[in-house]
Design a protein around this ligand. Sequence first.
Ligand code: NAD
Length: 194
Amino acid sequence: MHVDVRNEADCSHAVAKALELYGRLDIGFNNAGITGASGVVGKYPLSEWRRVLDVNLTGVFNCMQAQLKVFEKQGSGVIVNTSSVMGLRGTPGGSAYSAAKHGVVGLTRSAAMEYGGRGIRINAICPGFVETPMVVGDLAGIPDHILRDKLSRTAVRRLGTPEEIAAVVLWLASDAASFMHGAAINADGGFLAS
Ligand SMILES: NC(=O)c1ccc[n+]([C@@H]2O[C@H](COP(=O)([O-])OP(=O)(O)OC[C@H]3O[C@@H](n4cnc5c(N)ncnc54)[C@H](O)[C@@H]3O)[C@@H](O)[C@H]2O)c1
């Protein structure tokens, strides 16, 4: 179904539809995101700042609100929010994205403290560079030597695959991760190790 995560009614509607179809909701994976334009803070357009924050941070908040209403009633549920390695460190030219993704980590940790005692687990995943349309589009105009330089800052010297991120999300969403609350896990091929 079409959902714009900036719109709280869309998010509530998606959760209502899941309940209608399945009778319950067990997992919320809040993954929608955009990179936004690049630019230094002093010249960054406010409209672009708002757009990036709206999708990447308020979008996660809107989804969580809709999901938590159900989880509170059930006394159970798991949320996995997508942050980024840029939610754990700065990136020149990407302040709006980095600020939004740091916000996702703060939101995740705070909500985990609020709901952990009520049978609800909330964590974040912080992927490194992963081969998806977002990154392929971003890297399309980048010369080879710069791409190689970016990748040389990871231990594995390659982009990750969506499947490698999905595996961590699935684990976080499963009962095997029952003691995981408020974590921001980097799955990044060793990017943050340097
Ligand atoms: N690819 C990477 O290297 C990487 C690294 C770290 C974090 N991430 C994060 O992973 C998540 C998934 O990104 P991806 O790499 O698969 O990129 P992608 O561009 O392939 O997917 C992003 C998805 O978000 C959706 N989306 C955008 N705005 C939306 C809105 N307002 N409402 C609903 N959906 C919306 C898009 O339609 C798209 O399906 C994002 O949150 C991104 O910031 C990606």
